[in-house]
Design a protein around this ligand. Structure first.
Ligand code: NDP
Length: 530
């Protein structure tokens, strides 16, 4: 029987103590079919590599499979295959035909969604509930969405001339949403008639290799998508490759800045989706219980490995005690552990290196005088784990309020007026995402107008949709992914074309005429047809 506890300061709530223990609900991994090793996927087939590295399960530290380590020669071969595929057929293929391939890939991902979800959780540490209900459905949805655009580019971007594909795109993705980031990059690039060399993150290479199998099975012409694996050096080789026309990067602000410096003065197009320090703003008129759930979804989703995480909580002073108390209770019920258990809320930290970074910043938070709250948690002996944590007594100058921790760690500050909330929310070098919680629609709109963020959620957090553009301002990068906006970075659009979001993608107007692209063909030849 449950115990009813009443607290004078908060609403009544039920506390079950240890009387309702969850039974284990393990997701079987029996249906995951994996090779022992995967070489680079180039020109439509898996090739041999000189060296291989293991991909380990961060929940057990056990190796899952071996992955071929790419070197410069591998990147050269991948770019060559992509260039050949682009010039030989892909750029001239009618949009309706490209759409069929992209649609087919989406369908096949859906068919194998359980296998993808399990593998994503094994390789990256995220709870199966998230990979099954969020990552993989969104992956398929992105392919479907962009399949729909492939034959409508001139309607998406009306103007005096047809939008032109760019050529070969180098795409570098991180480890927090491995397959989803691959889909965000690949689907718009293929829909717009480009070919790709993709580099997944070193710690999460596996679902990209399963995707390569699907790409093969779907009959995508060889070389249209090439996948090379390895650490930062492989990414660097892609960035510097002379025969690549565009770089799309998602990752840390530090590496993003380095890439921007490398490409300065070159003709390569660039989009950067970088870090964030999102503000989740709770006004006193907000529905508090929903807001507390939104705070939890905002920061503890995917262990906090989320660039748009609501890692700074801004609460109006009058409701701060209530919100903090409810938050304390709520996070005490979160279950940390086996990513493949369907009851798990917080899985494994992606790597030892990331765990050390989180621990370091949390120690700094304590040393700087913030007050830490962590519920009691039994953490597994093996693997990389960090309990859900929040800090109160945080000031703007604390490093935990400034730096992207990229872990399940929240800093809480208070404000008195909407003006103060806006000032604090914008007081960061990042500008990716934020959330606003209020009963008043007008307040949601007026505050959102004042926030310098690419994404703003009202009375919710961390909701994604392929039709909705995503991207940042300031040190969170530039360019948009998702929706019609996500087509632009992959197209040369005749300059008079009108569009509400038609910014240059590398900070300066694109001057490269369509006819002078490396393919050296006329706009008509390269034109997307319908
Ligand atoms: P990185 O930015 O280093 O990694 C992102 C991707 O870029 C990976 O594929 C990585 O390869 C690759 N890469 C690394 N160095 C270079 C380079 N010089 N040129 C081209 N590509 C490169 O992020 P980390 O994985 O090191 O994480 C560090 C911190 O970055 C995290 O703690 C977090 O704060 C932030 N981060 C932010 C993300 C976001 O979406 N905003 C995503 C990931 C991290 P590889 O990792 O295989 O070595």
């Amino acid at each position: 029987m449950a115990e009813l506890e009443t607290d004078a300061d908060t609403a009544r709530e039920l506390l079950f103590g240890d009387r309702w223990e969850y039974a284990p609900a393990p997701q079987s991994a029996d249906h995951v079919r994996l090779e022992d090793r995967y070489g680079p996927f180039i020109d439509g087939r898996f090739q041999e590599a000189d060296d291989y590295f293991p991909s380990i399960n961060p929940a057990s530290e056990e190796p899952i499979a071996e992955i071929g380590l790419a070197d410069e020669a591998t990147v050269d071969r991948a770019v060559e295959a992509a260039r050949h595929a682009y010039e030989a057929h892909w750029r001239d293929l009618p949009g309706t035909e490209r759409a069929k391939y992209i649609y087919r890939i989406g369908r096949m991902i859906k068919e194998k969604s359980r296998e993808f979800a399990v593998l994503e959780s094994m390789d990256g540490g995220k709870p199966i509930r998230e990979s099954r209900d969020m990552d993989i459905p969104l992956v398929a949805a992105h392919f479907f969405h962009y399949a729909g655009w492939a034959d409508k580019l001139e309607y998406a971007l009306p103007g005096p001339g047809r939008p032109q594909s760019l050529g070969v795109c180098g795409q570098i993705i991180p480890w927090n949403f491995p397959l989803l980031m691959a889909a965000w990059k690949l689907a718009p690039a293929l829909a717009t008639g480009n070919c790709v060399v993709l580099k997944p993150a070193e710690t999460t290479p596996l679902t990209a290799m399963k995707l390569a199998e699907i790409i093969q099975e779907a009959g995508l012409p060889p070389g249209v998508v090439n996948i090379v694996q390895g650490a930062g050096a492989v990414g660097e080789a892609i960035v510097e490759h002379p025969d690549i026309d565009k770089i799309a990067f998602t990752g840390s602000t530090e590496v993003g800045k380095q890439i921007q410096r490398q490409l300065a003065g070159s003709e390569k197009r660039l989009t950067l989706e970088l870090g964030g320090k999102g503000a989740n703003i709770i006004f006193e008129d907000a529905p508090i219980d929903q807001a507390v759930k939104g705070i939890v979804d905002g920061i503890y989703f995917n262990q906090g490995h989320v660039c748009c995480a609501g890692s700074r909580l801004l609460v109006q002073e009058s409701v701060a005690d209530e919100v903090i108390q409810k938050l304390r209770h709520r996070i005490s019920t979160l279950r940390v552990g086996d990513p493949l258990d369907k009851n798990t809320d917080i899985g494994a930290i992606n790597s030892r290196q990331q765990l050390e970074k989180i621990r370091r910043l949390v120690d700094i938070g304590e040393q700087e005088g913030a007050e830490k709250f962590q519920p009691e948690c039994d953490l597994p002996d093996d693997g990389f784990w960090f309990p859900p944590t929040f800090f109160t007594s945080v000031t703007q100058s604390h490093r935990i309020a400034q730096e992207e921790i990229f872990g399940p760690v929240l800093s809480v500050t208070t404000f008195r007026t909407p003006e103060e909330a806006i000032e604090r929310a914008n007081n960061t070098e990042y500008g990716l995402a934020s959330g606003i919680w209020s009963d008043k629609g007008s307040k949601l709109f007026s505050i959102s107008q004042a926030l310098k963020n690419g994404v703003i959620w009202g009375n919710t957090y961390n909701k994604f949709d392929p039709a909705s553009p995503f991207g940042g301002y300031k040190e969170s990068g530039f360019g948009r992914e998702g929706g019609v906006h996500g087509l632009l970075p992959y197209l040369e659009v005749p300059s008079e074309s009108w569009h509400p979001q038609n910014p240059p993608t590398n900070g300066s107007p694109s001057t490269k005429p369509a006819s002078s692209t490396s393919a050296g063909t006329s706009p008509e030849q390269r034109a997307d047809d319908t």
